[in-house]
Design a protein around this ligand. Structure first.
Ligand code: CP3
Length: 347
């Protein structure tokens, strides 16, 4: 990364002093925007949208036309990896993703790492298009799910409340489960490297369900795979900024930032900010952490909370974001108020 970048997000990731933090929002493209719903309806299925470079480019750009954001995040989904590996996947209305679950090492024979790029090529084409269509001040973020979170969907077959199926597997046959993780570590590394080749300037690794594991398993199935992916990427791109998002892990966040090699960490909504300023910010750049529900409510309560976050994290490098993704009930005008509040704030 060059220190002379004029892009605010890259400057923050480089720990440069700024008058205000850069900002972007997790799930900034999506169903809260009427124009997304329109494009989504024209695309057919959600997967058709993800694999259509011109429509995926369009929905990535939609939030930038409304708000002066400092970054765009590639429009895709963390479950494109199981899809590309050959595990049948569908997104069902009102239910979310549904996959044919895999629950033992024997069933891994059905997955194939050789041909993932054949399926994923349209995603790289989307990145390529965005790298020339984005406004100059905007940074392009590529992403993937972390192996643990992707595995939860592959093994449970859908979103889960208790993670019984995957925990049964990790406790009864850790060596067999490691084989699934190795497949995911390899394919996720390849996927992210291709995104960088196509023009992604920053990567974010989403580990939404990192918080359901006890300490020992957290190290083995969250920290280790993330560290391996980051090591492999840094061999080729030593200075590439990488943001981790292990959601809901409490005090284990300290170990995560010290052990994985992330440049920055996204703080979930529950993370206490004075603690993060003291324990996390001295090591890595922090991102976050407005409650997405505060963005649904809006008004002065949201503005006050935004100011509080800005003050509490103003002693070090900070990227403003939510503590989790925007939800479909969010009024678009509240996002405009958030953008205005951030642009008017000065350190
Ligand atoms: O941030 C962005 O705007 C980029 C696109 C993006 C999507 N999913 C699009 C999407 C990103 C970064 C993701 C990440 C993702 N996907 C995560 C990790 C982050 C998080 O929110 O926890 C997870 C766990 C998934 C898996 C997934 N995809 C679920 C559980 C669902 C169903 C729930 C839901 O929100 O509908 C999806 C579908 C999905 N991914 C949609 C979008 C816009 C909605 C699909 C639709 O339009 O019908």
């Amino acid at each position: 990364m060059t220190t002379s970048s004029t892009k605010r997000l890259l400057q923050a990731l480089n720990k440069q002093e700024l008058d205000r933090p850069p900002f972007w929002l997790m799930r900034q493209a999506g169903r809260y925007l009427p124009e997304y719903k329109q494009t989504r309806a024209n695309a057919g299925s959600f997967l058709d949208l993800c694999y259509n470079p011109s429509l995926a480019e369009e929905v990535t750009l939609q939030p930038l036309r409304r708000y002066d954001l400092d970054a765009a995040i590639l429009f895709a989904d963390i479950l494109l990896i199981p899809d590309a590996l050959g595990q049948p996947l569908a997104y069902k209305e009102g239910e979310g993703p549904v996959l044919d679950p895999i629950s033992s090492a024997k069933e891994l024979a059905g997955l194939s790492v050789e041909k993932i790029h054949d399926r994923l090529n349209p995603v790289y084409e989307t990145v390529n298009r965005l790298s020339s269509s984005l406004p100059d001040h905007c940074t392009l973020i590529g992403f993937a799910g972390a192996p643990w979170t992707v595995a939860t969907y592959m093994v449970e077959g859908r979103g889960s409340k208790d993670y019984v199926a995957i925990k049964k597997w990790i406790y009864s046959d850790p060596d067999g489960f490691q084989k699934l993780m190795d497949i995911l570590i390899f394919s996720t590394t390849e996927y992210l490297l291709k995104q960088v080749e196509a023009g992604a300037e920053v990567l974010q690794i989403f580990d939404t369900w990192a918080g359901v594991l006890p300490d020992v398993e957290f190290k083995k199935w969250v920290i280790e795979p993330t560290r391996k992916i980051i090591d492999a990427i840094r061999k080729i791109h030593p200075d590439l900024p990488i943001i981790g998002f292990p959601k809901g892990v409490g005090g284990n966040l300290i170990d995560f930032v010290k052990s994985t090699g992330v440049t920055a960490v996204s703080l979930d909504t529950a993370t206490p900010l004075p603690w993060a300023a003291r324990e996390i910010q001295p090591h890595v750049v922090v991102q976050g952490n407005l409650d997405p529900i505060s963005l649904v409510i809006g008004g002065q309560a949201m503005v006050d909370r935004i100011h509080q976050i800005l003050e509490e994290l103003s002693g070090g490098a900070h990227i403003f974001n939510l503590g989790h993704g925007i939800i479909p009930q969010t009024p678009p005008e509240n996002v405009a108020l958030l953008a205005e509040t951030l642009h008017n704030w000065k350190k």
